[in-house]
Design a protein around this ligand. Structure first.
Ligand SMILES: *Cc1c(COP(=O)(O)O)cnc(C)c1O
Length: 367
Protein backbone atom coordinates (compact mmCIF):
# COMPACT_ATOMS: atom_id res chain seq x y z
CA UNK A 1 0.00 0.00 0.00
CA UNK A 2 1.37 3.47 -0.82
CA UNK A 3 1.67 6.25 1.74
CA UNK A 4 -1.50 7.99 0.53
CA UNK A 5 -3.59 4.95 1.32
CA UNK A 6 -2.17 4.79 4.87
CA UNK A 7 -2.86 8.44 5.65
CA UNK A 8 -4.74 8.65 8.95
CA UNK A 9 -4.45 12.44 9.13
CA UNK A 10 -7.02 14.40 11.10
CA UNK A 11 -7.16 16.98 8.35
CA UNK A 12 -6.69 17.65 5.56
CA UNK A 13 -7.81 14.05 5.25
CA UNK A 14 -7.02 11.37 2.71
CA UNK A 15 -8.85 11.41 -0.63
CA UNK A 16 -9.82 8.45 -2.81
CA UNK A 17 -7.11 7.32 -5.23
CA UNK A 18 -9.52 7.44 -8.17
CA UNK A 19 -10.24 11.10 -7.37
CA UNK A 20 -6.53 11.95 -7.13
CA UNK A 21 -5.96 10.43 -10.56
CA UNK A 22 -8.76 12.50 -12.09
CA UNK A 23 -7.39 15.63 -10.42
CA UNK A 24 -3.95 14.84 -11.78
CA UNK A 25 -5.38 14.73 -15.28
CA UNK A 26 -7.47 17.87 -14.75
CA UNK A 27 -4.44 19.90 -13.64
CA UNK A 28 -3.19 19.53 -17.20
CA UNK A 29 -6.60 19.55 -18.90
CA UNK A 30 -10.17 18.88 -17.82
CA UNK A 31 -11.21 16.26 -20.42
CA UNK A 32 -14.44 17.94 -21.55
CA UNK A 33 -12.85 21.43 -21.75
CA UNK A 34 -9.25 20.95 -22.77
CA UNK A 35 -8.02 23.56 -20.28
CA UNK A 36 -6.25 23.20 -16.93
CA UNK A 37 -8.66 23.25 -13.98
CA UNK A 38 -6.28 25.81 -12.46
CA UNK A 39 -7.01 28.23 -15.28
CA UNK A 40 -10.65 27.93 -16.27
CA UNK A 41 -12.83 30.98 -15.79
CA UNK A 42 -15.18 30.88 -12.83
CA UNK A 43 -17.68 32.60 -15.14
CA UNK A 44 -17.58 29.79 -17.70
CA UNK A 45 -20.57 27.59 -18.44
CA UNK A 46 -18.43 24.65 -17.44
CA UNK A 47 -17.89 25.99 -13.93
CA UNK A 48 -21.58 26.84 -13.56
CA UNK A 49 -22.35 23.22 -14.43
CA UNK A 50 -19.84 22.01 -11.81
CA UNK A 51 -21.46 24.11 -9.07
CA UNK A 52 -24.91 22.94 -10.13
CA UNK A 53 -23.86 19.29 -10.06
CA UNK A 54 -22.22 19.62 -6.63
CA UNK A 55 -25.45 21.11 -5.30
CA UNK A 56 -27.57 18.38 -6.85
CA UNK A 57 -25.27 15.60 -5.68
CA UNK A 58 -25.17 16.82 -2.08
CA UNK A 59 -28.96 17.16 -1.97
CA UNK A 60 -29.36 13.70 -3.50
CA UNK A 61 -26.90 12.12 -1.11
CA UNK A 62 -28.71 13.66 1.87
CA UNK A 63 -32.23 13.31 0.49
CA UNK A 64 -32.81 17.07 0.80
CA UNK A 65 -35.69 18.87 -0.83
CA UNK A 66 -35.89 22.22 -2.58
CA UNK A 67 -36.23 24.52 0.43
CA UNK A 68 -32.48 24.40 1.10
CA UNK A 69 -29.76 26.43 -0.53
CA UNK A 70 -26.37 24.82 -1.00
CA UNK A 71 -23.56 27.34 -0.73
CA UNK A 72 -19.90 26.80 -1.49
CA UNK A 73 -18.09 29.43 0.56
CA UNK A 74 -14.54 30.31 1.56
CA UNK A 75 -13.09 31.00 5.00
CA UNK A 76 -13.42 27.48 6.35
CA UNK A 77 -15.55 26.39 9.26
CA UNK A 78 -13.97 29.21 11.25
CA UNK A 79 -15.71 31.82 9.14
CA UNK A 80 -19.01 30.05 9.82
CA UNK A 81 -18.32 30.41 13.56
CA UNK A 82 -18.79 34.15 12.85
CA UNK A 83 -21.25 34.22 9.96
CA UNK A 84 -23.83 32.20 11.87
CA UNK A 85 -24.09 34.57 14.88
CA UNK A 86 -23.70 37.68 12.69
CA UNK A 87 -26.77 36.57 10.81
CA UNK A 88 -28.85 35.00 13.55
CA UNK A 89 -27.78 36.63 16.81
CA UNK A 90 -26.84 40.26 16.11
CA UNK A 91 -29.29 42.59 17.88
CA UNK A 92 -31.11 39.73 19.65
CA UNK A 93 -31.84 39.81 23.37
CA UNK A 94 -32.48 36.11 23.95
CA UNK A 95 -29.41 33.89 24.11
CA UNK A 96 -28.26 31.50 21.43
CA UNK A 97 -27.68 28.08 22.96
CA UNK A 98 -24.31 26.43 22.44
CA UNK A 99 -22.93 23.08 23.48
CA UNK A 100 -19.30 23.09 24.52
CA UNK A 101 -18.25 19.53 23.85
CA UNK A 102 -14.62 19.92 22.79
CA UNK A 103 -11.96 21.92 21.02
CA UNK A 104 -13.94 23.00 17.97
CA UNK A 105 -17.21 23.87 19.67
CA UNK A 106 -15.03 25.88 22.07
CA UNK A 107 -13.66 27.88 19.14
CA UNK A 108 -17.18 28.78 18.05
CA UNK A 109 -18.11 30.30 21.42
CA UNK A 110 -16.06 33.54 21.52
CA UNK A 111 -17.12 34.34 17.97
CA UNK A 112 -20.78 34.03 18.94
CA UNK A 113 -20.24 36.14 22.08
CA UNK A 114 -19.06 39.03 19.93
CA UNK A 115 -22.52 39.20 18.39
CA UNK A 116 -24.93 38.70 21.25
CA UNK A 117 -25.88 36.70 24.33
CA UNK A 118 -24.84 33.07 24.45
CA UNK A 119 -25.86 30.41 26.92
CA UNK A 120 -23.69 27.33 27.22
CA UNK A 121 -26.25 24.57 27.62
CA UNK A 122 -23.67 22.00 28.64
CA UNK A 123 -19.91 21.96 28.92
CA UNK A 124 -17.66 18.92 28.91
CA UNK A 125 -14.74 20.93 30.25
CA UNK A 126 -14.95 19.48 33.77
CA UNK A 127 -14.84 15.96 32.37
CA UNK A 128 -11.85 16.82 30.15
CA UNK A 129 -14.07 16.40 27.06
CA UNK A 130 -14.14 12.63 27.44
CA UNK A 131 -17.88 12.29 27.07
CA UNK A 132 -20.97 13.94 25.62
CA UNK A 133 -24.14 14.84 27.53
CA UNK A 134 -27.11 12.53 27.84
CA UNK A 135 -30.59 13.89 27.14
CA UNK A 136 -31.27 14.11 30.89
CA UNK A 137 -28.44 16.67 31.20
CA UNK A 138 -29.80 18.99 28.54
CA UNK A 139 -32.60 21.47 28.55
CA UNK A 140 -33.15 23.81 25.65
CA UNK A 141 -35.16 27.01 25.71
CA UNK A 142 -37.99 27.69 23.28
CA UNK A 143 -36.88 31.35 22.96
CA UNK A 144 -33.36 30.80 21.71
CA UNK A 145 -32.67 32.25 18.25
CA UNK A 146 -30.90 28.96 17.46
CA UNK A 147 -28.92 26.14 18.99
CA UNK A 148 -25.41 25.33 17.84
CA UNK A 149 -23.35 22.19 18.25
CA UNK A 150 -20.57 20.19 16.63
CA UNK A 151 -21.67 16.73 15.53
CA UNK A 152 -18.17 15.24 15.64
CA UNK A 153 -15.44 16.65 17.85
CA UNK A 154 -12.47 15.90 15.64
CA UNK A 155 -9.79 16.56 18.24
CA UNK A 156 -11.21 14.54 21.14
CA UNK A 157 -12.87 11.80 19.07
CA UNK A 158 -16.43 12.36 20.34
CA UNK A 159 -19.50 12.04 18.13
CA UNK A 160 -23.20 12.51 18.71
CA UNK A 161 -25.23 9.55 17.54
CA UNK A 162 -28.51 11.44 17.67
CA UNK A 163 -29.91 14.83 16.69
CA UNK A 164 -30.00 17.37 19.54
CA UNK A 165 -32.19 20.32 20.36
CA UNK A 166 -35.85 20.98 19.77
CA UNK A 167 -37.84 21.03 16.59
CA UNK A 168 -39.25 24.53 17.21
CA UNK A 169 -35.80 26.20 17.48
CA UNK A 170 -33.47 26.36 14.45
CA UNK A 171 -30.64 23.86 14.69
CA UNK A 172 -27.22 24.84 13.45
CA UNK A 173 -24.51 22.23 13.25
CA UNK A 174 -20.82 22.15 12.40
CA UNK A 175 -20.46 18.83 10.57
CA UNK A 176 -16.99 19.56 9.23
CA UNK A 177 -15.54 16.22 10.22
CA UNK A 178 -18.44 13.86 9.61
CA UNK A 179 -20.39 15.38 6.73
CA UNK A 180 -21.50 12.71 4.22
CA UNK A 181 -20.02 10.01 6.43
CA UNK A 182 -23.46 8.82 7.52
CA UNK A 183 -27.12 9.81 7.07
CA UNK A 184 -27.66 12.88 9.28
CA UNK A 185 -31.39 13.69 9.10
CA UNK A 186 -30.36 16.89 7.35
CA UNK A 187 -33.92 18.18 7.03
CA UNK A 188 -34.06 18.58 10.82
CA UNK A 189 -31.36 21.27 10.64
CA UNK A 190 -31.81 24.88 9.57
CA UNK A 191 -28.15 25.31 8.80
CA UNK A 192 -25.36 22.77 8.37
CA UNK A 193 -21.81 23.72 7.57
CA UNK A 194 -18.85 21.56 6.71
CA UNK A 195 -15.54 22.57 5.26
CA UNK A 196 -14.18 20.19 2.65
CA UNK A 197 -10.83 19.21 4.07
CA UNK A 198 -11.80 16.34 6.35
CA UNK A 199 -14.10 14.21 4.24
CA UNK A 200 -14.89 16.00 0.99
CA UNK A 201 -11.88 17.51 -0.71
CA UNK A 202 -9.04 19.97 -0.16
CA UNK A 203 -9.14 23.09 2.02
CA UNK A 204 -10.57 26.20 0.42
CA UNK A 205 -14.27 25.45 0.19
CA UNK A 206 -16.95 25.07 2.85
CA UNK A 207 -20.36 23.61 2.14
CA UNK A 208 -23.26 25.42 3.82
CA UNK A 209 -26.78 24.03 3.65
CA UNK A 210 -29.24 26.64 4.69
CA UNK A 211 -32.98 26.56 4.90
CA UNK A 212 -34.66 29.44 3.12
CA UNK A 213 -36.89 30.35 6.05
CA UNK A 214 -33.91 30.94 8.35
CA UNK A 215 -32.90 34.08 6.50
CA UNK A 216 -36.14 36.02 6.75
CA UNK A 217 -34.80 38.45 9.41
CA UNK A 218 -31.13 38.45 8.44
CA UNK A 219 -29.50 41.86 9.05
CA UNK A 220 -29.26 43.96 5.91
CA UNK A 221 -25.96 45.69 6.57
CA UNK A 222 -23.51 42.79 6.61
CA UNK A 223 -20.53 42.85 4.26
CA UNK A 224 -21.63 41.18 1.03
CA UNK A 225 -19.09 38.42 1.32
CA UNK A 226 -20.40 37.49 4.78
CA UNK A 227 -24.06 37.79 3.89
CA UNK A 228 -25.82 34.50 3.11
CA UNK A 229 -28.53 36.09 0.93
CA UNK A 230 -25.89 37.82 -1.23
CA UNK A 231 -23.99 34.57 -1.57
CA UNK A 232 -27.18 32.73 -2.49
CA UNK A 233 -28.04 35.32 -5.10
CA UNK A 234 -24.55 35.07 -6.59
CA UNK A 235 -24.84 31.30 -6.77
CA UNK A 236 -21.58 30.69 -4.85
CA UNK A 237 -19.83 32.98 -7.32
CA UNK A 238 -19.85 36.27 -5.37
CA UNK A 239 -16.13 36.66 -6.01
CA UNK A 240 -13.59 34.29 -7.56
CA UNK A 241 -14.32 30.95 -5.91
CA UNK A 242 -11.75 28.17 -5.42
CA UNK A 243 -12.48 26.38 -8.70
CA UNK A 244 -10.05 23.52 -8.06
CA UNK A 245 -11.36 22.79 -4.56
CA UNK A 246 -14.96 22.81 -5.78
CA UNK A 247 -14.07 20.53 -8.68
CA UNK A 248 -12.50 18.04 -6.25
CA UNK A 249 -15.63 18.13 -4.08
CA UNK A 250 -17.63 17.28 -7.19
CA UNK A 251 -15.37 14.31 -7.94
CA UNK A 252 -15.73 13.10 -4.34
CA UNK A 253 -19.53 13.29 -4.48
CA UNK A 254 -19.48 11.37 -7.78
CA UNK A 255 -17.22 8.77 -6.16
CA UNK A 256 -19.63 8.44 -3.25
CA UNK A 257 -22.57 7.94 -5.57
CA UNK A 258 -21.00 5.71 -8.22
CA UNK A 259 -18.28 3.77 -6.39
CA UNK A 260 -19.61 3.63 -2.82
CA UNK A 261 -23.34 3.69 -3.50
CA UNK A 262 -24.52 6.51 -1.24
CA UNK A 263 -24.39 7.69 2.34
CA UNK A 264 -26.02 4.63 3.94
CA UNK A 265 -23.40 2.41 2.42
CA UNK A 266 -20.68 4.89 3.37
CA UNK A 267 -21.87 4.73 6.97
CA UNK A 268 -21.75 0.93 6.98
CA UNK A 269 -18.15 1.00 5.79
CA UNK A 270 -17.23 3.68 8.31
CA UNK A 271 -18.88 1.75 11.11
CA UNK A 272 -16.98 -1.39 10.16
CA UNK A 273 -13.66 0.47 10.29
CA UNK A 274 -14.45 2.10 13.62
CA UNK A 275 -15.68 -1.13 15.21
CA UNK A 276 -12.54 -2.97 14.18
CA UNK A 277 -10.30 -0.37 15.80
CA UNK A 278 -12.33 0.04 18.97
CA UNK A 279 -12.48 -3.73 19.40
CA UNK A 280 -8.71 -3.83 19.21
CA UNK A 281 -8.44 -1.12 21.88
CA UNK A 282 -10.93 -2.90 24.12
CA UNK A 283 -9.17 -6.24 23.79
CA UNK A 284 -5.66 -4.88 24.32
CA UNK A 285 -5.91 -5.29 28.11
CA UNK A 286 -5.16 -1.66 28.75
CA UNK A 287 -2.19 -1.38 26.40
CA UNK A 288 -4.20 0.93 24.14
CA UNK A 289 -6.65 3.07 26.10
CA UNK A 290 -9.57 4.67 24.31
CA UNK A 291 -9.77 8.36 25.19
CA UNK A 292 -13.53 8.76 25.40
CA UNK A 293 -16.50 6.95 26.85
CA UNK A 294 -17.66 4.08 24.64
CA UNK A 295 -21.17 5.40 23.96
CA UNK A 296 -19.80 8.66 22.52
CA UNK A 297 -17.02 7.22 20.37
CA UNK A 298 -16.48 8.81 17.00
CA UNK A 299 -16.69 6.78 13.81
CA UNK A 300 -14.27 9.26 12.21
CA UNK A 301 -11.54 9.95 14.76
CA UNK A 302 -10.39 7.09 16.98
CA UNK A 303 -8.40 8.62 19.83
CA UNK A 304 -6.34 6.64 22.32
CA UNK A 305 -3.41 6.73 24.67
CA UNK A 306 -0.61 4.35 25.56
CA UNK A 307 1.00 4.06 29.01
CA UNK A 308 2.65 7.52 28.87
CA UNK A 309 3.73 10.19 26.38
CA UNK A 310 7.17 8.64 25.99
CA UNK A 311 5.68 5.31 24.96
CA UNK A 312 3.28 7.16 22.67
CA UNK A 313 6.17 8.90 20.92
CA UNK A 314 7.92 5.59 20.44
CA UNK A 315 4.73 4.08 19.02
CA UNK A 316 4.22 7.04 16.67
CA UNK A 317 7.81 6.87 15.41
CA UNK A 318 7.49 3.13 14.79
CA UNK A 319 4.19 3.71 12.94
CA UNK A 320 5.78 6.35 10.73
CA UNK A 321 8.68 4.02 9.96
CA UNK A 322 6.13 1.36 8.99
CA UNK A 323 4.53 3.70 6.41
CA UNK A 324 1.59 5.14 8.38
CA UNK A 325 1.10 8.87 8.61
CA UNK A 326 -1.04 11.41 10.43
CA UNK A 327 -1.44 9.35 13.61
CA UNK A 328 -0.30 11.87 16.22
CA UNK A 329 -3.07 13.32 18.32
CA UNK A 330 -4.03 16.98 17.94
CA UNK A 331 -1.56 19.29 19.67
CA UNK A 332 -4.29 20.30 22.14
CA UNK A 333 -4.69 16.78 23.60
CA UNK A 334 -1.70 14.68 22.52
CA UNK A 335 -1.99 10.90 22.39
CA UNK A 336 -2.78 9.04 19.21
CA UNK A 337 -5.59 9.73 16.75
CA UNK A 338 -6.47 7.48 13.84
CA UNK A 339 -8.75 9.46 11.55
CA UNK A 340 -10.69 7.07 9.40
CA UNK A 341 -12.54 9.40 7.05
CA UNK A 342 -14.60 8.25 4.08
CA UNK A 343 -11.68 7.76 1.73
CA UNK A 344 -9.71 5.52 4.06
CA UNK A 345 -10.16 1.89 3.03
CA UNK A 346 -10.95 -0.99 5.40
CA UNK A 347 -7.70 -2.58 4.20
CA UNK A 348 -5.76 0.38 5.64
CA UNK A 349 -7.44 -0.10 9.01
CA UNK A 350 -6.62 -3.80 8.93
CA UNK A 351 -3.03 -2.96 8.17
CA UNK A 352 -2.91 -0.54 11.10
CA UNK A 353 -4.43 -3.20 13.35
CA UNK A 354 -1.75 -5.67 12.30
CA UNK A 355 0.87 -3.09 13.16
CA UNK A 356 -0.71 -2.30 16.54
CA UNK A 357 -0.95 -5.98 17.48
CA UNK A 358 2.67 -6.58 16.55
CA UNK A 359 3.73 -3.48 18.43
CA UNK A 360 1.94 -4.62 21.56
CA UNK A 361 3.40 -8.14 21.30
CA UNK A 362 6.94 -6.86 20.94
CA UNK A 363 6.47 -4.44 23.85
CA UNK A 364 5.08 -7.24 26.02
CA UNK A 365 8.09 -9.37 25.17
CA UNK A 366 10.49 -6.53 26.01
CA UNK A 367 8.80 -5.94 29.38
C1 LIG B 1 -11.12 21.07 11.51
C2 LIG B 1 -12.38 21.61 12.08
C3 LIG B 1 -12.69 23.00 12.09
C4 LIG B 1 -11.71 24.06 11.60
O1 LIG B 1 -12.04 24.42 10.32
P1 LIG B 1 -11.25 25.48 9.41
O2 LIG B 1 -11.75 25.17 8.05
O3 LIG B 1 -9.79 25.25 9.60
O4 LIG B 1 -11.68 26.82 9.86
C5 LIG B 1 -13.91 23.38 12.60
N1 LIG B 1 -14.80 22.48 13.06
C6 LIG B 1 -14.54 21.16 13.07
C7 LIG B 1 -15.56 20.21 13.59
C8 LIG B 1 -13.33 20.70 12.57
O5 LIG B 1 -13.07 19.37 12.57
Amino acid sequence: MNRNSLNFSGGPGALPESVLLQVQEAVIAVPEVGLSVLAISHRSDWFASIVAEVETNICKLLGLSGDYHVLLLQGGATQQFSMVPMTLLRGKTSAAEYLHTGYWSGKALPEARREGPVRVVWSGEASDFRRLPGDDELSFSADAPYIHYVSNETVEGLQFHRVLGRDDVPRVCDMSSDFLSRPCEAERFSLIYAHAQKNLGPAGVTVVLIRDALLKDAPENLPGFLDYPSQIEAHSNFNTPPVLAIYVVLLVTRWMMAEIGGVERMAELNRTKAELLYKLLDESQGFYRGRVEPQDRSMMNVTFNLANPEVENHFLAAATAAGFSGLSGHRAVGGVRASIYNALAIAAVEKLMGFMEDYQRSSDRAA
